[in-house]
Write a protein that binds this ligand. Structure first.
Ligand code: CP
Length: 326
């Protein structure tokens, strides 16, 4: 039967999303205390996971390679100059060949259609390691981070009722985060400069995600940061110039003026007293001040480390358990 792929948070039911985050937490706790089960530690033994990356990466590369090793497998990193993909060979041919010799493909691409095409022709699971539309592994790590810094007395994930304010560019990380928010009953308020808002088609995908939940979240959009920040528990941003947009740098830096997250902006906007700050990294100083980024409110390095536990959880679900998320 066809393998189950993981290209976006939209591919998951709310219960599956919760389970992936819960498993990331359980594996983090077990492995950190030296209690990884023999079954998990050897679950990818003798298996190769191809990592086809057409763009630079620190966190996604390290967390995926580390996760494959933790599960006893062999990560095979294939950078853009290492294989024929896109230069001498079509996506179809590459996908068929890669999947004939490996147990999974983790792919970082430009256009989302590239990872979708890889998946279409692959006989093994394909996991999206970032495309121009989605970044699902990042979001598993982000939800784990949010759960850790907002613990509930019941021990549940406890995201329902929280408010996230996204200040800055409407990009791939936001799209999957908003989809997750809709599935988990989280309010997400997005402030982007006029002209940089969520594309209409993506708004439809996010609204569709809400319809998959019995306790859907809410999406609010503004062009003024303060309107999104009001009563937010978590302030999030990302680079204003994503990989591939370098030619627009000057235009974007002008358009995003006033969107830098600072303590003063958070207070003026009326964020909750104990608000925390998140960023998927890499970070540039224009989108967040040093005094926020390096403050005790900032959970960015915990968020980065959580990429490892998210990768273990996703590999377990999609590669070890063939897409059965339990
Ligand atoms: N957050 C993230 O995906 O980082 P890298 O681009 O370094 O992998």
């Amino acid at each position: 039967s066809a393998p189950r792929h993981f290209l976006s948070i939209a591919d998951l039911t709310p219960a599956e999303l919760t389970t992936l985050v819960r498993n990331a937490h359980l594996h983090k706790t077990a492995i950190k205390s030296g209690e990884i089960s023999n079954q998990l530690r050897t679950s990818l033994a003798g298996k190769t996971v191809a990592m086809s990356f057409s763009k630079r990466s620190t966190r996604t590369r390290i967390s995926t390679e580390g996760a494959v090793v933790q599960l006893g497998g062999h990560p095979m990193f294939l950078g853009k100059d290492d294989i024929q993909l896109g230069v001498n060979e079509s996506l179809y041919d590459t996908s068929v060949v890669l999947s004939s010799m490996t147990s999974a493909i983790v792919a970082r691409v430009g256009p989302h259609s590239d990872v979708a095409d890889l998946a279409k022709h692959s006989s093994v699971p394909v996991i999206n390691a970032l495309s121009d539309l989605y970044h699902p592994l990042q979001i598993i790590a982000d939800l784990l981070t949010i759960a850790e810094v907002n613990p509930t007395s019941s021990g549940s994930l406890g995201l329902e009722g929280l408010k996230i304010a996204w200040i800055g560019d409407a990009n791939n990380v936001l799209f999957d985060l908003a989809i997750a928010a809709m599935k988990l009953g989280v309010e997400i308020a997005v402030a982007t400069p006029a002209g940089y808002s969520i594309p209409k088609e993506m708004r439809g995908v996010i609204n569709q995600a809400a319809s998959t939940s019995s306790t859907p979240g809410k999406l609010f959009e503004a062009t003024v940061p303060e309107e999104a920040i009001k009563n937010a528990d978590i302030l999030v941003t990302d680079t204003w110039v994503s990989m591939g947009q370098e030619e627009e740098t000057a235009k974007r830096l002008t358009a995003f003026k006033g969107f830098q997250i600072t303590t003063e902006l958070a207070e003026r906007g009326g964020a909750k007293e104990n608000w925390s700050f998140m960023h998927c990294l890499p970070r540039h100083p224009e989108e967040v001040s040093d005094e926020v980024f390096y403050s005790p409110r900032s959970v960015v390095f915990r968020e980065a480390e959580n990429r490892l536990w998210a990768a273990i959880s996703a590999l377990e679900a999609f590669v070890v358990n063939n897409g059965k998320i339990q």
